[in-house]
Ligand binder design. Structure first.
Ligand code: WQD
Length: 339
């Protein structure tokens, strides 16, 4: 299939582009580059030995998107990854998050309908569950429980839009993939996560400490009701996550469906830091700190539905993720900016 990746130059997007190309599909990318670099696409081409058509534009630019699709017709499907994704930032800038995330999704769906593209795989998030009432989280777990951040609310609303659109159009194939916590990097070390500024998420922060660009990591909360008192999350290797997109795309059927993409294995903050120390051979100075507002003690998924219906499961561990993340970071101490 020929697949448009919106946000395809980003962390998840670049890895998904490689997985699609290696599975024999064609890929084209639209990305406004606000959260990444064109170098990421150049690296995808280097790794796969192919040329990837790239449109640098906002997905809300209807004419640019339409022209790009027509220039590369026929396009069979879209994987929609473009969007703003920082939980804390969304609290400070809610209207911008609704404008960008909902606006791009609605424009995309309208252009898809106009161009006869009938398959969409959407980058959703386990954030839509809000505060878990029971673990592990399944796709039937309630969503929106104490969900306070606009980022997570936009993902939940877009899921509803896809569900309603599929109910109205019997030919539409729509799947939401609820990511847990993506980590790791492609084994080549050529592509990886490249957050701009000080990272919010744990693994990029720990990696910056290991490389020496940050002095220490704060452990947000040591009094949670977890085995070692620190927060537990479901860290999924980004190449496993990318494979999940290929499986969803290839097996999409008319209608709407939702799949958790996670390992099902909770890992604590202290366990992740220890794994990164093993992988990097570097000591990671840490400071025990108060809980971060809005954090939950533990969240992790039950990925068995994707196993049953898509034949997908994770293969890689937190140690693999730390090894691959460190390989990317040590080869690219300044991310793509160092290229
Ligand atoms: C993980 C754990 C922190 C930083 C976020 C988004 C979610 C998804 C994944 C997009 C928690 C602790 C963190 C630090 C720490 N993104 N921590 N010190 O909050 O689980 O999820 O990223 O879909 O939407 O909410 O990820 O990496 O920020 O935190 O102790 O410097 O690490 O308290 O327990 P989170 P995270």
């Amino acid at each position: 299939m020929r697949v448009l990746l919106t946000g395809g130059a980003g962390y998840i997007g670049a890895h998904t582009a490689i997985a699609l190309l290696e599975a024999g599909h064609d890929v084209l990318i639209v990305d406004d580059m606000s959260g990444t670099s064109p170098e990421a696409v150049a690296r995808v081409e280097q790794i796969t030995g192919t040329t990837v058509p790239l449109l640098v534009a906002d997905v809300r630019d209807r004419q640019a998107l339409t022209d790009f699709l027509r220039r590369n017709a026929p396009v069979d499907a879209v994987i929609h990854l473009a969007g703003l994704k920082a939980v804390g930032e969304s609290m400070a800038e809610p209207v911008r998050y609704y404008d960008v995330n909902l606006g791009s999704s609605i424009t995309l769906l309208e252009v898809m309908a106009a161009e006869g593209i009938r398959t969409i795989v959407f980058s959703s998030s386990a954030t839509v569950y809000g505060t878990p009432e029971q673990l592990p989280l399944t796709e039937e777990s309630p969503t929106g429980i104490d969900l306070a951040n606009p980022y997570g609310k936009t993902k939940r609303i877009i899921e509803e839009i896809l569900s309603d659109a599929a109910a109205a159009d019997p030919d539409l194939r729509a799947i939401s993939l609820r990511y847990f916590n993506p980590v790791g990097a492609h084994p080549s070390g050529l592509i990886g996560e490249d957050p701009h500024g000080i990272p919010n998420n744990l693994m990029p922060f720990v990696s910056r400490v290991a490389i020496g660009s940050l002095p220490e990591v704060a452990v947000f909360g040591t009094d949670y009701d977890t085995p070692d008192g620190t927060g537990q999350r479901d860290y999924i290797h980004v190449t496993d996550l990318a494979a999940g997109h290929v499986a969803a795309l290839e097996q999409a059927t008319p209608g709407y469906d939702v799949y958790n993409l996670g390992t099902g294995e909770p890992v604590s903050v202290l366990e992740l830091i220890a794994a990164f120390e093993r992988a990097s051979g570097r000591e990671i100075p840490k400071r025990l700190a108060p809980r971060r507002p809005g954090d939950v003690a533990a969240t992790y998924g039950d990925p068995s539905k994707a196993g049953r219906e898509l034949g997908w499961a994770t293969r890689l561990t937190i140690d693999d993720a730390c090894r691959d993340y460190w390989n990317w970071q040590s080869r690219n101490p300044r991310g793509y900016a160092g290229a």
